[in-house]
Design a protein around this ligand. Sequence first.
Ligand code: G3P
Ligand code: CA
Length: 238
Amino acid sequence: MTQIFAHRGYSALFAENTMSAFLEAEKAGADGLELDVQLTRDGEIVVIHDEKVDRTTNGHGFVKDFSYKEISRLNANKKGIKKEPIPSLIEVFEWLKTNQLICNIEMKNGLFPYEGMEKKVIDLIRKYELSNRIIISSFNHYSIVNSYRLAPEIETAPLFLEAIYMPWIYSQSIRAKGIHPKHSSIPDHIISTTLDNGIAVRPYTVNREVDLKRLFRLKCTAVITDNPVKALKIKKQY
Ligand code: G3P
Ligand code: CA
């Protein structure tokens, strides 16, 4: 059965990458969450998509230039009424211990390398004993290789924007157990052959009914969607 992963939480209805979006995804019945992490100036792992805080909060500037204390004062629910802070990964892990959700952590270390980020994230995963419920992904495939080197017990999955030739061979070569492709870049036969080779396929970001139906029909391992309620409803037909 294809699992439903809530992209940045239940971001279709709630402010992305906030505790509300994560809680609502769980309430909706999602199997997992996808979230993005960056590092503050003082090395705290925070959950935010962009390198800058401008789009999603009432602040300005790069995440890497804020201390954790400074960044935690910002409001990540710009359009809503209730103030929502940017969560730390610790906060998310404290909550994850109270449920059974799978958590896909995307390391946003493409633009800034965030020295030591993989180790920090992995140390925290181990501290909270969440290794068997975490999937580390990144567009930075060096980071995927490094994560596996540091923690072979934690599943990894490279992210792809473009189509890739024989992704099952590539992922095996970097010891990744899955791939996270852009859904529109991966044709049916590549999905099927990748799955047949024992590699998980979790396409992102799948919001349209027609696209969800294609991926359910192909029995993808999971879909990463902004709207878990819609995806779960459509999944019932499969
Ligand atoms: O993990 C899949 C997806 O989140 C990657 O793209 O830009 O939404 O982080 P983006
Ligand atoms: Ca992401």
